[in-house]
Design a protein around this ligand. Structure first.
Ligand SMILES: [Zn+2]
Ligand SMILES: [Zn+2]
Length: 195
């Protein structure tokens, strides 16, 4: 079975990563492992935006990938952006091996609402499967309930189910069945895609 490596970016609650790893393994034929080290996002901070450039985080992750590694999913608390957008929930290398998601705008507190740990975990699971799907060459899906639907606001994430539609599921299953050792495009600049 392929192993998804979960990489904490900065300080992340261990229970969030542990619950995410259980939830992903329950949704997909994928094993999860939490890496014992942390990626420091500080070099990716841009004071003029007071945000962290997600493509730069992906570039730094790329340096950690060993030939035998399948996919890396970084989980950050910090607010992410790419220059053409106000913010992103996450970013992935299409057909690459790295993706990053942020908890920042998944938290109800960000919107001035009461903390909701269950909702936070659901949103994180959806975003994580979505970005992992991009690394497995899945594109945005027209079915708004599918986890591969695009979302530009948190309400859209809530509309999605934490599952893939039939067509996306078939695509991801065929990708998951491919050899874990296959190396595909790792060119961040050419392959990036925001959530
Ligand atoms: Zn779909
Ligand atoms: Zn997307």
């Amino acid at each position: 079975m392929n192993t998804l490596l979960l990489l904490p970016v900065g300080k992340i609650e261990v229970s969030i990563l542990r619950d995410l790893s259980i939830a992903i393994s329950g949704s997909l034929e994928v094993a999860c492992e939490i890496l014992p080290y942390v990626l420091d996002p500080t070099p990716c901070y841009h004071p003029e935006r007071q945000q962290y450039h997600s493509s730069e985080i992906l570039q730094r992750m790329q340096a950690l990938v060993r030939p035998q590694d399948w996919r890396f999913l970084a989980v950050a608390e910090v607010d992410l952006y790419i220059p053409i957008l106000k913010y992103v929930f996450g970013e992935a290398q299409i057909a690459g091996r790295c993706a990053v998601v942020s908890l920042h705008r998944l938290r109800q507190e960000f919107y001035g609402l009461d903390r909701d740990d269950d909702l936070l975990r659901q949103r994180l699971l959806k975003e994580s499967i979505h970005e992992l799907g991009h690394t497995l060459e899945l594109h945005h899906c027209q079915d708004y309930r599918c986890v591969m639907a695009s979302s530009h606001a948190v309400e859209w994430i809530d509309l999605r189910e934490a599952a893939l539609c039939g067509s996306c599921r078939a695509k991801i299953e065929s990708k998951l069945n491919e050899s874990a050792g296959q190396v595909t495009g790792n060119d961040v600049a050419a392959q990036v895609r925001s959530s």
